[in-house]
Design a protein around this ligand. Structure first.
Ligand SMILES: [Zn+2]
Length: 193
């Protein structure tokens, strides 16, 4: 991991610690901040997060306006638009850190567990994205929070295998991908092995 990515990850996890301890004190959340960034942006990191209303990256990391380039999609499932949004953050905004943020009690994981191995109309692309993690280890069918973690690991593999921009950035050590998981009861974000 390059030094900049390490520093940013440490800062985000420190911000999360503040949130967990009820010492939330975010800076850079005023109209003045936004005005200062009216014609440019320079985010520290890209976060791929679930759309779940309980997972709000800026709040749980004590981050302000302009600090995080957030891509939110149900179940952090990746399709072409999500992939290209992340690539934009890497190629154009030069973020050195990409965080994949799964979480407890994810509705998409529950739905995938209930539906596996069938693909249902209406949620095809989402289910197709979660099933590989179940295919790999069926024990994930028993616990949605374990599945969420295994899915996050799969998402990293998928991104590296399907994006030249991401793969090259990782190979050159210009990008570090941090696989993380949010626990709802504690508010703590921890790294997934
Ligand atoms: Zn979710």
């Amino acid at each position: 991991m390059n030094e900049t990515a390490k520093e940013i990850l440490t800062k985000l996890l420190k911000g999360n610690e503040q949130f967990v301890n009820g010492k939330y004190d975010a800076k850079n959340i005023t109209i003045e901040t936004l005005r200062g960034l009216c014609d440019h942006q320079n985010p520290h990191a890209c976060v791929l997060s679930c759309s779940d209303s309980r997972v709000v990256p800026e709040l749980i990391f004590e981050a302000g306006i302009g600090e995080l380039f957030v891509v939110r999609v149900a179940g952090i499932t990746v399709g072409p638009n999500v992939l290209e949004s992340i690539e934009y953050a890497i190629k154009k905004l030069h973020v050195p850190l990409l965080m994949l943020l799964g979480h407890d009690n994810c509705g998409v994981m529950e739905y995938a567990q209930d539906s596996y191995p069938y693909i249902k109309d209406g949620f095809k692309s989402i289910l197709k994205c979660v099933y590989p993690a179940i295919d790999k280890d069926k024990t994930a069918l028993q616990n949605e929070n374990i599945l969420a973690r295994q899915h996050t690991v799969w998402v990293e593999e998928f991104l590296i295998n399907n994006s030249t921009i991401i793969r090259k950035a990782v190979e050159k050590d210009e990008l570090y991908i941090a696989k993380c998981h949010l626990c709802h009861m504690t508010g703590r974000v921890s790294l997934v092995d």
